[in-house]
Design a binder for this molecule. Structure first.
Ligand SMILES: Nc1ncnc2c1ncn2[C@@H]1O[C@H](COP(=O)(O)OP(=O)(O)O)[C@@H](O)[C@H]1O
Ligand SMILES: [Mg+2]
Length: 371
């Protein structure tokens, strides 16, 4: 390798962090209505009152998480009475993981890892809140990942019970649902008490995408690096896909492609080349959060093994040694996380069986599995 390659310090990026997906944008455009509803619902917490619960929904990459973080940041400056916890349900996908996350935030230590019931931890949390006269606001981000085995219902139900069993406990919930097609309903006993303020995050339209992406371009790159036609091409891709993350990732990757060929500006070809990787961004990211057994199951399905649960289980068991209950839980989780559709049934060797259908192109799944 030529040593000079690493020393070459000419770059197209003026401020590279602007194109990281976890970067909190200074300018958050075209979401004023949603921000206002959120502020309005959470404001009571600043005065020590229970906030109004919220349900945010919309396709991926429409600013739901960012909106909540913005409001949390804003409110932190106004009150030390409110404790905010944001939980990424894709990472913490069981009721125990969720409650542990809250516990950690309140007590600054891990909860005992075994032998403690969910309810016990919950009781400690509420007692703490009452003692310290704090209001807790929990954001369950991408709660659709909890929609299996009744985890979401259980968590929501406990929050409700908190107010009945521990008068004085004040907890508000912001649930974020990334609706990728399937509508989920909470259990009626949850639904009747959750009664959230519903805040809709529609896809950005073409003009809005122009604004948002132009702003990023201006902040992230040196002048003239991104010609108008290149920006328009990126906007077009995002417009078709709906996920703003795709646009940000495309900017970054096509910038790198241009640098690689030592060009001072990005070409349309740089974008098209970047698109091959960027379009799988979402999928790759979510597959990374699966356990290795879940990945094994997904791989079996993607490789076109028998789609019937009965026969699939035999294969899965052979590889992992895991039993049917675990297998069945994983099928439900992959279903809840939208990788597969498990709602079909058919005839198997031992009576009725479920038929698993992949929601993605098999080769895309396999590509992301190998990273
Ligand atoms: N209105 C906006 N202005 C600027 N950046 C935005 C806007 N909406 C979303 N983004 C950016 O797009 C990416 C995805 O947003 P995010 O809030 O994570 O979407 P969601 O939670 O709906 O999937 C983030 O990097 C975020 O900074
Ligand atoms: Mg999000």
């Amino acid at each position: 390798m030529n040593r000079d390659m690493l020393l070459w310090d000419e770059t197209l990026f003026r401020e590279p962090v602007i194109l990281e997906l976890d970067h909190m944008p200074e300018q958050f455009l075209h979401r004023d209505t949603q921000l206002q509803s959120l502020v309005y619902s959470l404001k009571p917490a600043i005065r020590g009152m229970r906030p109004v619960n919220c349900l945010l929904s919309g396709p991926p990459g429409t600013g739901k998480t960012t909106a909540v973080m913005k409001v949390f940041e804003m409110m932190k400056d106004h009150s030390d009475k409110v404790i905010f916890v944001k939980i990424n349900c894709q990472m913490d996908s069981t009721r125990f993981a969720v409650i542990s996350r809250i516990y950690r935030k309140l007590f600054n230590i891990d909860p005992p890892s075994s032998g403690v019931a969910f309810r016990k931890l919950f009781e400690k949390i509420t007692t703490r809140l009452i003692d310290q006269e704090k209001v807790l606001v929990v954001c369950l981000d991408d709660i659709n990942y909890l929609f299996h085995e009744g985890h979401a219902d259980e968590v929501m139900y406990s929050m409700r019970r908190a107010h009945e069993q521990y008068p004085g406990a004040r907890i508000g919930v912001i649930a974020i649902v990334s609706d990728t097609g399937k509508l989920y309903r909470f259990d009626p006993k949850v639904g009747s008490v959750f009664l959230p303020e519903e805040i809709d995050f529609p896809r950005y339209n073409n003009g809005e995408l122009q604004d948002i992406i132009s702003t990023r371009v201006r902040l992230a790159f040196y002048p003239d690096v991104v010609p108008d036609e290149v920006r328009d091409l990126i906007v077009e891709h995002v417009d078709l896909n709906g996920d703003l993350r795709l646009g940000i990732d495309l900017l970054k990757r096509s910038g790198l492609n241009a640098e690689r060929r030592a060009s001072r500006s990005i070409s349309k070809e740089d974008v098209e080349k970047a698109y091959e990787s960027s379009r799988l961004l979402h999928l790759r990211h979510s597959i990374m959060s699966l356990t290795s057994d879940e990945r094994t199951l997904l791989e079996l399905i993607a490789k076109g093994s028998d789609p019937r649960t009965g026969e699939l289980y035999s294969l899965f068991h052979e590889i992992t040694g895991l039993g049917y209950t675990r297998f069945y839980d994983m099928v439900n989780k992959l279903d809840a996380a939208q990788y597969i559709d498990a709602s079909f049934s058919g005839k198997g060797t031992r009576g009725r069986t479920r038929i698993l259908k992949l929601r993605y192109q098999a080769e895309d799944i396999l590509r992301c599995l190998e990273r």
